[in-house]
Design a protein. Structure first.
Length: 487
């Protein structure tokens, strides 16, 4: 580029290619071989369930923080939007874009674990590391990283941070935010924020890491983080129980919290329809029959192996039975059974698709409000669409339900979505709002829930968020059109 001429697309391509090398960048419609290139790009353009297919000018795979910084600096110079991307397992279209000029910055090459500090019980890891790889690496050092979710075999740490992911252990350990001690991120002007502290106390002004966590790439690109680690859950017991009602399930939760206090890690609600669906579409069988209205899978765990929890678990279930709260139950006798229970919980999510499309919700309300939400939500949904199939499951222990609604058997996916999607989202989200709940508990906002931000988020909060966005990203290049609604 000559000194006075305007930067061109060719300049942009050349600079980006120089930063990461030709093998680490894909361009749309690049050359005669365009089809091949586009097909290579496809997995990075579309959402994993193919519910949204996006576009982009390029997908780039930097390998170091320095490369990310250079990519961001270059994109800013050319005023090109940047979409940070991890494992692409998100549910709210947070890392797809409709902008053909955008560059997708995929972090998968930044997958190193920089340090496991056994003494301080921390790990520093790059954004592209797959969650399960992190869990395994720290387990090999005799430690435990508690973030755990269905997509852990493919989701990446950067995405977990960007969405403040939750999962099945939030009840005991908190969500990603609660596990994070420090952060490294590339800001919109290409500078690097280095706050990879291992500190458990650090009151030195504004907590920038907590602004970046959950910001979905709209304030900067997270490149690494330092997390707390814990003693392993070497001594764990699982239970699988059946109850008559959600109110009974909550009573069981309260009993479990009283008895096991800090040892209760997971407490997940599963409806009958999910068990039926799982048995129909997978090889798995429910260990206590498929006729009960509601099921709970729970896990108690301790690091101390000298005091097995098995007997206490049995006593707990005996008490629940005597109180008439539980209609059937079984406990894990070995590792295979524990795996089986966890597989059931994972599989009920995957098999939904075989019954037609589901409208997916990710709401949270105070736990005491869950029975009323389930009862009234189902009644309201049936008024709108009489043959709808409610499929509510999820993290009862922390008040986060995936209050899904599957398409009626008699309808096509397209008919269902076009006729009912908007009305159902509005009805359920209004109800959640009326119960002082949240329309997004652990999956984020992406582009999918931007309109909900406008409808439900406190206007003062929105105004402050817009000001923060502007000061972090004055040219609105970092994942634009996500999270914040237009004024
Ligand atoms: C889960 O809890 O299994 C997931 O958050 C649900 C989903 O991926 O839709
Ligand atoms: Zn979930």
């Amino acid at each position: 580029m000559s000194k006075d001429s305007k930067p061109t697309i060719e300049d942009l391509k050349k600079t980006l290619t120089l930063i990461v090398g030709q093998e680490n960048i894909l361009f749309a419609n690049d050359n005669a071989d365009a089809d091949t290139d586009n097909s290579k790009m496809q997995p990075y353009l579309e959402e994993s369930r193919q519910r949204k297919v996006g576009v982009a000018f390029a997908v780039i795979f930097p390998s170091t923080t320095d490369e990310v910084a250079k990519v961001v600096g270059t994109c800013r110079f050319h005023k090109v939007p940047m979409i940070a991307q991890g494992g692409n397992t998100g549910r709210c279209f947070g890392c797809q874009t409709d902008n053909p000029n955008a560059v997708i910055v995929n972090l998968k090459n930044m997958n190193h674990i920089r340090e496991i500090d056994v003494e301080n019980q921390t790990v520093t890891v790059e954004a592209g590391c797959i969650l399960q790889d992190l869990q395994t690496a720290v387990a090999e050092k005799g430690l435990f990283f508690p973030l755990s979710l269905g997509a852990e075999g493919s989701c990446q740490i950067g995405g977990n941070l960007a969405t403040n992911a939750g999962g099945i252990n939030v009840l005991r350990y908190g969500n990603t935010r609660d596990l994070t001690l420090g952060i490294e991120a590339v800001m919109s002007n290409g500078t690097v924020l280095n706050e990879l502290f291992e500190l458990r106390k650090n009151n030195t002004g504004y907590d920038l890491k907590n602004l970046l966590i959950g910001s979905e790439g709209t304030l900067g690109i997270i490149t690494a983080a330092t997390f707390k680690l814990f003693p392993p859950e070497s001594n764990s017991e699982h239970g699988f129980i059946a109850v008559n009602s959600v109110t009974d399930a909550i009573n069981c939760l309260q009993q479990a919290q009283k008895r096991f206090a800090g040892k209760l890690s997971s407490f997940e609600l599963i409806p009958n329809i999910a068990i039926e669906c799982m048995e129909k579409h997978s090889q798995l069988k429910c260990p206590i029959g498929n006729q009960h209205p509601w099921y709970i899978w729970y896990k108690i765990a301790d690091a101390n192996i000298d005091k097995p929890l098995f007997d206490e678990n049995i006593t707990f279930l005996d008490e629940l039975m005597n109180d008439g709260l539980v209609i059937d139950a079984t406990v894990s006798q070995n590792e295979a059974m524990k795996q089986h229970f966890w597989q059931i919980r994972e599989t009920i999510v995957d098999v939904q698709k075989y019954e037609g499309i589901s409208l997916k919700f990710d709401i949270s309300v105070p736990i005491s409000a869950i029975p009323i939400l389930i009862e009234k939500g189902i009644a309201a949904a049936k008024v709108i669409c009489p043959d709808i199939r409610p499929y509510p499951f999820g993290h009862l222990g922390d008040g986060n339900l995936h209050y899904n609604f599957t398409c009626p058997k008699t309808m096509t996916d397209e008919e269902y979505l076009s006729q009912y999607q908007d009305k159902l989202y509005e009805t359920i989200h209004d109800m959640v709002d009326g119960l002082d709940g949240s329309f997004s508990a652990e999956h984020g906002i992406g582009s999918q829930k931007v309109a909900d931000m406008k409808r439900y988020k406190d206007p003062v909060a929105l105004d402050l968020m817009r000001k923060i966005k502007h000061s972090f990203d004055p040219f609105n290049l970092m994942n634009p059109d996500k999270v914040l609604p237009k004024k």
